[in-house]
Design a protein around this ligand. Structure first.
Ligand code: GAL
Length: 841
C-alpha cells in the first residue's frame, strides 16, 4: 500500500473519530510533511514557556517577545501537583491559572501545544505528580496499574474538559493545535517490558478517546500507536524519522541549553550550534521545532525537582530567567526563523534532493511545483571552512554551519554568522533607604513538643513528611559513661550516619557538629566525624533536609530520602555502639514553619531579636526585615552570596531554595560553538556559587513595607544580602563585511530579490538605559569576544567615529558595516569584520 493511500486512511479515520465524538471536522490534522491547519501544511516554530515558572504579570511580555522572536506556537506542560495539591482539591489561580495563560497566547495570535503528561519530568518536583498519589493504595506509577491509570485518566480528563469548556481547542476556535500524553515513555517501556507496552497503548487510546479534535504526540515513543505522532527530543534530531511514513517529522524538545543543579556549573549552549541543529533538522524535512526552553524561568517555592535542581531554571534560553532577551541567542534565532519562513512554500512542497558537496558538505534543495526553490548548504566539518560550488556559484561556509538560500541563489542566513547583538548583563546593587535592618529568631534544635513522636528505629523521610516540608528531625539520647577512655586520650568518638539523602545537619547537645550533602548524581550521603560528647545523657539531633523530589528514573516514586542508617558511634570502650535500632523521636518540619514565620501574620506572632543581639553566622536562624520597592522597571533579584543554604520569602511568597554555599565543580573550559554539543560543554561559574541571585518578581512587591524573611540552615551573614537590579552592561556586535544577513537582500516570499545592501550593526540598551561610551570598535581583523576584544593586525583608524556619532547618548543605534564608514578599506583583499562594544548606563 502506497503511503498516499495510508495517509488518506488515517485522515478519514481521524475525521470520523472526531465527528463520532460530536465535534466539527478537525481543522488541524497532519500528513507526512507537516501539521496542517485548515488544510495548509505549516512549518511551525514553537517555544516552551512553563506558566508556573513566571508570574501572570510577566506572561504577556514573554508571549510578545516569543512572537517577535518568530514563534508560531507556545508549548507548555500541565503541572498536576500544582493543580491538585491535595486529592480532589484543585488550584488554578495565580501562576497556575492555565486558562488565563492559554487565552493570553491566543490574544497574541499564537497557537498552543498542550503537553498534559500528566507525567512531565521537567526538573519539577516529583515529575509533576502530587505526592499524595504515591499513597493511593496499590498504586505503581507509569505502568499497567489500575489505580494509577484511573488517577491519570481522571486528571487528563479534567484538563481536557476544562479546555473544551473554555473553547480552547482549535476545532472550537481556540489556540490549542496539539496535545501530548505521557512524556518520553519509550525508554521506560523498553526497560520494563510488556506491562510498559500495555500501559503506553492504554495511554494512547485513552487520550484519543477524549475527542479533542487535534492531534496528539508522544515524545520519545518509537511505538506510538496511530494516529499519535511519535516525536524527537534532544540537542539534535535531524537523524530522527517518525514510526510511519505518513507522519510528519517533529521535534518537541530542541534543548536551548540545560538546567543548573546545585553544585554544578551553569550550562550554556552557543547560539550558532543551536541554530545549526535547527537548520539541520529543517533541511532533513523537519516541519515542527519546539525550543525547550524558550523561557525557562524560576522554580519558585519547593517546585524544583531533583534532587538538587537549582531554583533558577534559566536554561540559557532565548528569554532569560527574568524575561529579558538573552542575546545573541534570541536575535540569532529570530533571524533563522525569518529565513526558514521565506523557504516555507518550497519546504512544505515535498522532500528535498540531497547532493554531496565535498567530504563534509551537503546541499538540500526543496522545490515546489509553482517554481519556489529553497536550498540549505551545510558544512559539517567542525574545524575548517568549506568553499563549495552550488548552481555555478561559489559559497563560503564557516565550520559547522548551514547557509540558507530561500531562492536557491542568495544566502540570507548562515548559522555561524551572528548578525544580532550580544549583550553582557550586570547585577547592580539597588540602594535601599536606611539599609536593611535585620531581626532574628532562633529555630529550635530540640524535638520535644506536642507534634513530636517516638518510634524504634529510623523512618523514611518522604513517608514521614509527605513532602509538606523539606525538614525532618531525628533525635535520640546517648548515655556516656564517665569512665570512657576518650575523656582521657582526647580522641572524640566518631559518629557515622548513612542517609539516603539529600542533606544532613548533625547537632550534638544543641550545637551544630557538621553538615553533609549529596549531589544530583549521588543523592546518598555519609556523615562521619568526631563528635563532642559529655558524661551522662547526650542529645543527638539529625536534621535531614530534602532538596526536591526526583523527577525522572524508573519508579522514582519508590526512591527513599532521609536517614535510613546504619548510625554508629565508634571509639567507645565497648568499641562500636549501634544507634540504629534505639528509640528515635521525630518532628516534621521546623518550629518556624509551624508558626508560619514567612508570612505577614506569622512573623508578627513571635518576639524577634533586634539590634546588636541579632544572630549572625548562626545555624538554623530565621531573619526578617522590611523594605520599600525600588523605582524602575528593571527586573530584581536578591544577592544571597553571604548566605549558606535555606529558603527565602517576600510578602509570604517563596522565592525558592537558596544555596550559594554549594560551589560549582566541573569543567568551565573554553567554549567553541563548533562540534557536537552536550550539556557539560560550555559551563560557567566553576568554583563559584552555582546560583547566587534569586529572582524577585516585581508583582510580588508593594510600594512600601515589603516583608523579607530568610531561613538560614548553615550560618550566613544577613548583612551581606542585597537587592540588585538586572541591566544590560554592554552591547556588542561582530559582523563580517558582506555577512549573509536578511536585511542585505530585500527578499520577498516569492524569492525575488533586489540588489544586495551592506549589513548593519544594531546596538541597543535596556529600557531606560543609554549608550554612554564606545568601549571598543574595530573594522579590520579584530579578535576576542564581547567584553574582551582586541585590535588585530588590520584596523580602520576611524572605527570609533561612526559609533561615537550615532550611538552615544542614544538608547539604540545602527551603523552600516562598510569600509567608507570607517575611513576607507584598511586592508584590501582581506576578509574584514567589525567588532564593537558599547557601554550601557
Ligand atoms: C527531557 C524531558 C524534559 C526535561 C528535559 C531536561 O528528557 O522530557 O521534561 O526534563 O529532559 O531538561
Amino acid at each position: 500500500m502506497g503511503f498516499k493511500l495510508k495517509t488518506w486512511n488515517v485522515l478519514v479515520l481521524f475525521v470520523l473519530a472526531c465527528s463520532l465524538l460530536g465535534h466539527a471536522a478537525a481543522s488541524v490534522s497532519y500528513d507526512h510533511k507537516a501539521i496542517t491547519i485548515n488544510g495548509q501544511r505549516r512549518i511551525l516554530l514553537s517555544g516552551s514557556i512553563h506558566y508556573p515558572r513566571s508570574t501572570p504579570e510577566m506572561w504577556p511580555d514573554l508571549i510578545q517577545k516569543a512572537k517577535e522572536g518568530g514563534l508560531d506556537v507556545i508549548q507548555t506542560y500541565v503541572f498536576w501537583n500544582g493543580h491538585e495539591p491535595s486529592q480532589g482539591k484543585y488550584y488554578f489561580e495565580g501562576n497556575y491559572d492555565l486558562v488565563k495563560f492559554i487565552k493570553l497566547v491566543q490574544q497574541a495570535g499564537l497557537y498552543v501545544h498542550l503537553r498534559i503528561g500528566p507525567y512531565v519530568c521537567a526538573e519539577w518536583n516529583f515529575g509533576g505528580f502530587p505526592v499524595w498519589l504515591k499513597y493511593v493504595p496499590g498504586i505503581s506509577f507509569r505502568t499497567d496499574n489500575g489505580p494509577f491509570k484511573y488517577q491519570m485518566q481522571r486528571f487528563t480528563n479534567k484538563i481536557v474538559n476544562m479546555m473544551k469548556a473554555e473553547r480552547l481547542y482549535e476545532t472550537q476556535g481556540g489556540p490549542i493545535i496539539l496535545s501530548q500524553i505521557e512524556n518520553e515513555y519509550g525508554p521506560m517501556e523498553y526497560e520494563i517490558g510488556s506491562p510498559g507496552k500495555a500501559y503506553s497503548q492504554w495511554a494512547a487510546s485513552m487520550a484519543i478517546g477524549l475527542g479533542t479534535g487535534v492531534p496528539w504526540v508522544m515524545c520519545k515513543q518509537d511505538d506510538a500507536p496511530d494516529p499519535i505522532i511519535n516525536t524527537c527530543n534532544g540537542f539534535y534530531c535531524d537523524y530522527f524519522s517518525p514510526n510511519k511514513a505518513y507522519k510528519p517529522k517533529m521535534w518537541t524538545e530542541a534543548w536551548t541549553g540545560w538546567y543548573t543543579e546545585f553544585g554544578g556549573p551553569v550550562p550554556h549552549r552557543p547560539a550558532e550550534d543551536l541554530a545549526f541543529s535547527v537548520a539541520r533538522f529543517i533541511q532533513k524535512g523537519g516541519s515542527f521545532v519546539n525550543y525547550y526552553m524558550y523561557h525557562g524561568g524560576t522554580n519558585f517555592g519547593r517546585t524544583a525537582g531533583g534532587p538538587f535542581i537549582a531554583t533558577s531554571y534559566d536554561y540559557d534560553a532565548p528569554l532569560d530567567e527574568y524575561g529579558l532577551l538573552q542575546q545573541p541567542k534570541w536575535g540569532h534565532l529570530k533571524d533563522l526563523h525569518r529565513a526558514i519562513k521565506l523557504c516555507e512554500p518550497a519546504l512544505v512542497s515535498g522532500d528535498p534532493t540531497v547532493t554531496r558537496l565535498g567530504n563534509y558538505g551537503e546541499a538540500h534543495v526543496f522545490k515546489s511545483k509553482s517554481g519556489a526553490c529553497a536550498a540549505f548548504l551545510a558544512n559539517y566539518n567542525p574545524k575548517s571552512y568549506a568553499t563549495v560550488v552550488f548552481g555555478n556559484q561559489h559559497y563560503n561556509l564557516p565550520p559547522w554551519s548551514i547557509s540558507i538560500l530561500p531562492n536557491c541563489k542568495h544566502t540570507v542566513y548562515n548559522t555561524a554568522r551572528v548578525g544580532s547583538q550580544s549583550t553582557q548583563m550586570k547585577m547592580t546593587r539597588v540602594p535601599i533607604h536606611g539599609g536593611l535592618s535585620w531581626r532574628s529568631f532562633n529555630e529550635e534544635t530540640t524535638t520535644t513538643d506536642d507534634s513530636s513522636f517516638t518510634v524504634t528505629g529510623l523512618l523514611e523521610q518522604i513517608n514521614a513528611t509527605r513532602d509538606l516540608s523539606d525538614y525532618l528531625w531525628y533525635s535520640t539520647d546517648v548515655v556516656i559513661n564517665p569512665n570512657e577512655g576518650f575523656f582521657r586520650n582526647g580522641k572524640n568518638p566518631f559518629l557515622t550516619v548513612l542517609s539516603a539523602g539529600h542533606a544532613l545537619h548533625v547537632f550534638v547537645n544543641g550545637q551544630l557538629s557538621g553538615t553533609a550533602y549529596g549531589s544530583l548524581e549521588f543523592p546518598k550521603l555519609t556523615f562521619s566525624e568526631g563528635v563532642k560528647l559529655r558524661a551522662g545523657v547526650n542529645k543527638i539531633s539529625l536534621l535531614s533536609v530534602a532538596v526536591g523530589l526526583p523527577n525522572v528514573g524508573p519508579h522514582f516514586e519508590t526512591w527513599n530520602a532521609g536517614v535510613l542508617g546504619p548510625i554508629t558511634l565508634n571509639g567507645l570502650n565497648e568499641g562500636r555502639r549501634d544507634l540504629t535500632w534505639q528509640k528515635w523521636s521525630y518532628k516534621i518540619g521546623l518550629k518556624g514553619e509551624s508558626l508560619s514565620l514567612h508570612s505577614l501574620s506569622g512573623s508578627s506572632s513571635v518576639e524577634w531579636i533586634q539590634g546588636y543581639l541579632v544572630s549572625r553566622r548562626q545555624p538554623l536562624t530565621w531573619y526578617k526585615t522590611t523594605f520599600d520597592a525600588p523605582a524602575g522597571v528593571a527586573p530584581l533579584a536578591l544577592d544571597m552570596e553571604s548566605m549558606g543554604k535555606g529558603q527565602v520569602w517576600i510578602n509570604g511568597q517563596s522565592l525558592g531554595r537558596y544555596w550559594p554555599a554549594y560551589k560549582a565543580s566541573g569543567s568551565c573550559d573554553y567554549c567553541n560553538y563548533a562540534g557536537t554539543y552536550h550539556e557539560k560543554k560550555c559551563g560557567s561559574n566553576c568554583g563559584e556559587a552555582s546560583q547566587r541571585w534569586y529572582h524577585v518578581p516585581h508583582s510580588w512587591l508593594k510600594p512600601t513595607g515589603n516583608l523579607l524573611v530568610v531561613f538560614e540552615e548553615l550560618g550566613g551573614d544577613p548583612n551581606g544580602i542585597s537587592l540588585v537590579r538586572r541591566d544590560i552592561d554592554s552591547a556588542c556586535a561582530d559582523i563580517y563585511e558582506w555577512q549573509p544577513n536578511l536585511v542585505s537582500y530585500q527578499m520577498q516570499a516569492s524569492g525575488k530579490v533586489s540588489a544586495p545592501v551592506r549589513p548593519k550593526a544594531h546596538l541597543s540598551c535596556g529600557p531606560g538605559q543609554k549608550i554612554s561610551s564606545i568601549k571598543f570598535a574595530s573594522f579590520g581583523t579584530p579578535v576576542g569576544s564581547c567584553g574582551n576584544y582586541h585590535e588585530g593586525s588590520c584596523h580602520a583608524h576611524k572605527s570609533y567615529d561612526a559609533f561615537e556619532r550615532s550611538c552615544v547618548g542614544q538608547n539604540q543605534c545602527a551603523v552600516t558595516v562598510a569600509p567608507e564608514i570607517f575611513g576607507g578599506d584598511p586592508c584590501p583583499n582581506v576578509m574584514k569584520k567589525l567588532s564593537v562594544e558599547a557601554v550601557c548606563t
